[in-house]
Design a protein around this ligand. Structure first.
Ligand SMILES: Cc1cc2nc3c(=O)[nH]c(=O)nc-3n(C[C@H](O)[C@H](O)[C@H](O)COP(=O)(O)OP(=O)(O)OC[C@H]3O[C@@H](n4cnc5c(N)ncnc54)[C@H](O)[C@@H]3O)c2cc1C
Length: 450
């Protein structure tokens, strides 16, 4: 991918799931790309403090996998070589959803890889490290983003290393992939723009996760299991997926007053209380590896940077800094990868323009909004089934809920619809693909017959 340069230096804040693919996207257009990461980055696929969520199931959806494969050709082979477990979508994860225990298991012709979050990052880091013009500086925290004197553009970042030494790196473009987006928020406030408007859905989720050695006598018909609760009466579900090293990672998710417990006996009791016994039967004699980890996730947050008219030139927040999704639907990493691919496409289109960075952020926000629409809506509708969920309910909530129930029934009967539904859930197709008039008619017919 030989591209025309559009700047001398780009800085990426954070070497996580948005920062690494973003650095790859930028490497075709900037002489130098520096990724600044506050953590010590481990040489192996191990957990680190800056991403505590990594101890919980991190499913990479087909759409995210595809985006990463486009940015890093051969990425899937790299995952497989590192020990990731291939899963035939529709067939090898037993999907237990109310009314279907399990949902019909069919090979939908798509393979995704299942692995720990640290393994995905390690594979990505190795690929990024192969780019001569990308430098990863770990053990360095970005303290702030520096604006040019008139505040209209950013000019640099200031970082502090682990010894407390500070340094300023000038930059034509700063990509905020810090997850929190705190450095962007601080810059917007210090330049008088204020914080961006936010759409917030308070889901109040609690996770508890444990890892197991996969025993020899596992059921032959699945490699992973998802047990979905009967909402809203039940609020706890479980997802168990295979990891590299012949392990299972089981994450339990609960809401509001019904979060899974973090002590082993409590965790096990929560597994026993799942809607079906499948997961408990699988793990009850399995060897547990390590302690139970917990995580609290209060709210999905979408930041409307697009509504700030004079958004600073040369600054771009992406990944969780732009939109943080309810983790239960496994979308965050995939959307971050798709945003990095979008950034690459956008920069490529701008190489002919006289001022290539002018208007980059608004153009990115407009296209990213289209990308975010499907995963945000897919999560918001089931989240609002719970009466305790607070926030802006989707306008078409009742209709979407009814449509979703009918669509599920149709998908159980029809392999083609099953495939399409999963392509949408895996962010390979937009939600609008399900609104095809013929499908809508069939869903109506099946709903009427129920
Ligand atoms: C419990 C849980 C389960 C999840 N499960 C899934 C799942 O199944 N599938 C999925 O796709 N997503 C899942 N997610 C979401 C996923 O973790 C995020 O969407 C994804 O990590 C976002 O990537 P990011 O790069 O924006 O942020 P992160 O990956 O969090 O990375 C941010 C990086 O920036 C660094 N950093 C922060 N501030 C600074 C600073 N000032 N200077 C330097 N470095 C800094 C951090 O150390 C970190 O390395 C889950 C999230 C949670 C909480």
């Amino acid at each position: 991918m030989a591209m025309t340069l559009i700047g001398r230096h780009a800085v990426v804040v954070g070497a996580g799931m948005a920062g690494l693919p973003a650095a790859r996207a930028l490497a075709d257009f900037f002489e130098q790309v520096t990724v600044v990461e506050r953590d010590t980055l481990p040489p192996a696929a191990t957990h680190r403090t800056g991403t505590p969520q990594s101890r919980h199931v991190h499913a990479l959806l087909g759409g995210g996998q595809r985006a990463l494969g486009e940015l890093f050709p051969g990425f899937e082979q790299d995952l497989a070589a590192a020990g990731a477990v291939p899963l035939r979508v529709g067939l090898e994860v037993r999907f237990e959803t109310p009314g279907f225990d399990p949902f019909p298991q069919r090979d939908l012709g798509l393979i995704t890889y299942s692995m720990s979050r640290p393994l995905i990052e390690r594979v990505l880091r190795r690929r990024v490290e192969q780019h001569a013009n990308i430098t990863i500086r770990d053990n360095c925290r970005v303290r702030d983003i520096v604006a040019a004197s008139d505040g209209a553009a950013v000019s640099a970042i200031r970082l502090a290393d682990s010894n407390g030494n500070t340094e300023t790196l000038t930059a034509d473009l700063v990509v905020d992939a810090s997850g929190s987006g705190n450095v962007t928020a601080a810059l917007l406030e210090s330049t008088g723009r204020g914080r961006p408007a936010e759409t917030i859905i308070e889901v109040d989720i609690g996770y508890a996760s444990a890892t197991f050695a996969i025993p020899a006598d596992t059921p032959p018909d699945w490699k992973g299991v998802a047990t979905i609760p009967q909402a809203p009466q039940q609020r706890r579900g479980g997802l168990m997926l295979p990891l590299e090293g012949n392990r299972w990672l089981l994450s339990l998710g609960g809401r509001h007053g019904d979060k899974p417990r973090g002590d082993w006996d409590g965790f096990l009791a929560c597994v026993q209380e799942l809607r079906t016994p499948t997961i408990y039967d699988a793990i009850k004699r399995a060897e547990r590896l390590g302690a139970v980890a917990r995580f609290g996730f209060p709210a999905s947050v979408r930041r409307h940077f697009d509504r700030i008219d004079d958004f600073p030139r040369g600054l771009l927040p992406l990944g969780d800094a732009l939109c943080r999704f309810n983790p239960i639907y496994g979308q965050g990493m995939s959307v971050a990868a798709q945003e990095a691919r979008l950034l690459h496409a956008l920069l490529r289109r701008r190489v002919e323009e006289p001022d290539r960075l002018k208007g980059l952020a608004p153009a990115f926000f407009a296209e990213a909004a289209r990308l975010i629409e499907t995963p945000w809506a897919l999560a918001a509708v089931p989240d609002f089934v719970f009466p305790e969920t607070r926030g802006e309910r989707p306008a078409d909530f009742e209709r979407s809920l009814e449509f979703g129930a009918g669509l599920n029934r149709l998908a159980a009967e029809d392999a083609g619809i099953h495939k399409l539904l999963f392509e949408v859930r895996h962010l390979l197709k937009p939600r609008s693909a399900l609104r095809d008039p013929e499908i809508v008619e069939r869903v109506k017919a099946i709903a009427a017959s129920a």
